[in-house]
Design a protein around this ligand. Structure first.
Ligand code: CTP
Length: 427
């Protein structure tokens, strides 16, 4: 979807950077048009870096492309956030004296205004009349949130949270990144990133995972209406606003956090790259080179298989829960990627397995992904290639499609079955 994001001159402009990330992570192309005043709060460079598109607020830049006409006509959606009292007044009276206001007059798709201002300004008769005019014309004006404002005052006037704006924007276009898929009312736990297994206070054994695919899954599940918990090992990308975060470092920490979170989750997605082995011991002090003793030898011990444990727990407690694994495979002389993946699906017992073919320059850290989604229920393998956001959207659609199969009823029944206690001890 092509989105024009108009940014007004209010302090809440800084929060709109998170909104922009939610849009781009979900795979949308966003052109930001900040007002002149707003660039005193957040600069053009920030919008260009985050959107990946050039940014201007001047109608006289790039005149030959008649930007306001092109942007207004091409936009599937316009979002104005923060919509200041001034911007609402301009839009209501049809003023057109900068790129944002002219583009608003050219827009043919839905327009979402997200006001943020002091309570008195929001409640002033002039603002009320402008809001009523915009709504009467078919525009959508969100109600601001209540709470602490910039100064000591509080009341209605705060910008709603980016995740709420994101959801409202997608609802307005009747789409979410996962098509018609809805995970409303579901609790989804996602693990992401690479675990780190310490050798000493400064060194660790790690892996090349950036966490991009897990974070894209969190954004897609959030956009589909789920409550999302993201259990983060080492990530190289920011996390979407609106998800509950749990930070971990090692495979054992990830195991404890995930088994705990699974107790009330409808869906668990193991996108993290979990170290299969850890050093048998971690030194409390830095390991030093010494000429009088032999160089150290690292002995590795096996980490527990969290995915297999999740499946075991789910079955033992008769939870109605979908469990999704990822498989990173290279293939070798003994078998191809798919042979290994099918064997892994059977061995791990999860419901879906998202299979990547990996290599040093394939998958890890890249923005694109090619996967095959295997279904234990016997559905034909589904090949998906595209951005990690598109792959995430496909996974969310597959999850939603399981509603008629082993789809869990609700997290509440899981909680009732949970008998939460300490996770099973390690073997
Ligand atoms: N996984 C896990 N616990 C581990 C290792 C992996 O839960 N100790 C999960 C990963 O998050 C992923 C899936 O298992 O969802 C498959 O990971 P992968 O590394 O491909 O498989 P392994 O089980 O490690 O098998 P192998 O290394 O033998 O291919």
């Amino acid at each position: 979807m092509r989105i024009v994001l108009g940014v007004g001159g209010g302090i809440a402009a800084y929060k709109v950077a998170s909104l922009l990330r939610l849009f781009t992570e979900a795979g949308h192309s966003v052109t930001v048009i900040p007002t002149e005043a707003s660039t005193r709060f957040v600069g053009v460079a920030t919008w260009e870096a985050l959107s990946g598109h050039p940014v201007t607020n001047n109608v006289f830049d790039d005149v030959q492309n008649v930007n306001h006409v092109r942007l207004g006509h091409e936009a599937d959606l316009m979002v104005v956030a923060p919509a200041t009292a001034d911007l609402l007044a301009k839009a209501a009276t049809g003023q057109a004296n900068d790129l944002l206001s002219t583009t608003l007059l050219m827009a043919r798709g839905p327009v979402l205004f997200v006001p943020a201002m002091h309570t008195e300004m929001w409640q002033h008769a002039a603002t009320r009349a402008n809001v009523a005019t915009l709504r009467a014309r078919g525009g959508t004006v969100l109600e601001p949130a209540g709470g602490r404002l910039t100064g000591k005052d509080s009341g209605p006037g705060r910008l709603p949270e980016p995740a709420e704006i994101f959801a409202a924007a997608l609802a307005l276009t009747g789409t979410n990144p996962s098509g018609a898929a809805s995970l409303a009312g579901r609790t989804v736990t996602i693990t992401a990133g690479g675990t780190r297994e310490p050798l000493d206070p400064v060194r660790f054994l790690g892996n090349r995972s950036s966490g991009k695919q897990g974070v894209a899954l969190a954004a897609a599940a959030l956009a589909a209406g789920a409550r999302v918990r993201l259990i983060c090992a080492h990530l190289e990308v920011p996390t979407p606003a609106g998800v509950e975060l749990v930070s971990v470092e090692t495979a054992l920490e990830l195991r404890a956090a995930t088994l705990d979170a699974a107790a009330d989750s409808d869906v668990v997605i193991m996108a993290a790259a979990v170290a299969d082995f850890r050093p048998d011991r971690s030194s409390d002090s830095k390991i030093k080179k010494r000429d009088d003793v032999a160089d150290p030898v690292i002995t590795l011990v096996r980490n527990p298989d969290i995915l297999a444990e999740l499946v075991h727990e789910r079955n033992a407690r008769q939870r109605r829960q979908l469990i999704i694994g990822f498989a990173a495979e290279t293939g070798d002389d003994h078998g191809n990627v798919l042979d290994y993946a099918l064997a892994k699906l059977t061995r791990k017992g999860c419901d879906l397995l998202v299979v990547n073919q990996v290599g040093v320059d394939r998958v890890f850290g890249q923005d694109r992904n090619e996967v095959v989604i295997l279904d234990r229920g016997g559905k034909a393998p589904l090949e998906v290639s595209g951005s990690k956001a598109e792959v995430a959207a496909a996974v969310v659609r597959e999850i939603d499609a399981r509603r008629t199969g082993t789809w869990p009823s609700d997290a509440a029944s899981n909680r009732a079955n949970a008998h939460r206690g300490p996770a099973r001890p390690l073997d």
